[in-house]
Design a protein around this ligand. Structure first.
Ligand code: KG4
Ligand code: ZN
Length: 340
């Protein structure tokens, strides 16, 4: 069968790789709707429970897709293709989105576009208003990923460096938990850190002597665990704000140091941030300062496009390979490579 050519018209996109149930309608670079339903069901477990995430996606995906179409004022007959995150992510959670997307595409015999989640975080920068055109350097830091993407065209990116162990957001969430904060810990850790001193505890900025662009956060997390053990319960309680500020500074410090190192090549005229950790105030401020010093453009997408969302998947789907009906009915996200 010939390669499908998605017709002109809006894309319906679905994203269910982790704990946010998302659907969006996007026309070119223009967002017509972007619905995000964040699952609260994981808070009491202190982290995302994959089985719980899959079950909640099943409950939420129908209403979320319906709301996205309603808010866009578009019905399925006007949709030109259905895009969906095919990985990386929690397999049970991905399967809910993929099955829903297949069913919707099948109903109208539309092209189906499996799309890479990380390409989505990068492609969030291509959306209006104010789309950023390549070349640019994009730091993606979330609960599941931390990488530096060299973006030379809209068709993809080169991974210049990535985490060797924990993602930055994962280290932040685990550190927040050690300090008795809820899940997800990023926003609460940032708030607590505002009352403390980043210099109170000496958590080393990991990988600072490493000449490459990879990241590592597990050592910083262990340093916090040992410090908490040595301080004891009362000591941790008395020093919570200082611990939060020092820990956050070590993680942000590493992200900024690696970004700085990558910029030394002189190849990148602009910088973009993506992933939930990009919501972090001190990180945004430090990257703004860095770009100002170097005379570079900085693109900070709105927070709802930093964290997981389906508009970014619609954007990335425009340079992903569409699959024709009915071939995609057998599409298996477990068998698909995460990156093409
Ligand atoms: O991109 P995202 O919504 O989902 C994943 O793909 O993981 O990122 C979630 C991560 C969590 O680890 C959360 O704690 C972190 O982003 N995060 C923050 C802040 N807001 C969210 N980390 C630091 N500071 C914040 N203000
Ligand atoms: Zn993500």
């Amino acid at each position: 069968m010939a390669e499908p050519v998605p017709g002109s018209g809006p894309v319906l996109a679905i994203e269910t790789s982790c704990d946010d149930t998302c659907a969006a309608v996007v026309d070119g670079d223009r967002i017509l709707s972007n619905v995000i339903s964040s699952q609260r069901a994981h808070e009491r477990f202190g982290g995302v429970v994959p089985e719980v995430a899959s079950r909640r996606h099943i409950e939420l995906i129908g209403p979320v897709v319906e709301t996205a179409l309603d808010e866009a004022g578009v019905d399925l007959d006007r949709i030109s293709s259905v895009a969906v995150t095919s990985g990386p992510g929690l397999i049970g959670a991905l399967l809910v989105g993929v099955s829903t997307a297949k069913a919707l595409a099948d109903a109208r015999r539309l092209p189906f576009v499996p799309t890479d989640h990380l390409e989505g975080h990068v492609a969030a920068n291509f959306l209006e208003p104010d789309p950023l055109e390549p070349p640019f350097l994009c730091l993606v830091a979330s609960g599941g990923h931390t990488l530096l993407a060299g973006v030379r065209s809209r068709d993809g990116f080169e991974v210049l460096g990535e985490t060797l162990d924990d993602a930055a957001g994962e280290a932040i969430d685990k550190g927040a938990r050690m300090l008795g904060l809820g899940f997800p810990g990023g926003p609460a850790l940032q708030r607590l850190a505002e009352e403390g001193s980043p210099d109170a505890f000496d958590f080393p900025v990991a990988m600072s002597r490493d000449p490459g662009l990879d990241f590592s956060f597990s050592g910083t997390k262990t340093a916090l665990a040992y410090t908490c053990r040595d301080l004891g319960e009362g000591g941790v309680e008395r020093n919570r704000a200082d611990l939060a500020a020092s820990y956050q500074a070590a993680i942000v410090g590493q992200l900024v140091a690696k970004l700085d190192r990558a910029l030394r090549s002189g190849e990148w005229p602009a910088v973009a941030l993506g992933g939930g950790v990009a919501a972090n105030g001190p990180l945004r401020e430090a990257v703004s300062r860095l770009c100002e010093e170097r005379g570079l453009d900085l693109k900070l997408v709105p927070l709802e496009l930093c964290t997981d969302n389906a508009a970014m998947i619609a954007a990335a789907s425009q340079s992903s390979r569409p699959l024709a009906w009915p071939d995609y009915l057998g599409f298996d996200p477990l068998a698909s490579p995460w990156r093409s």
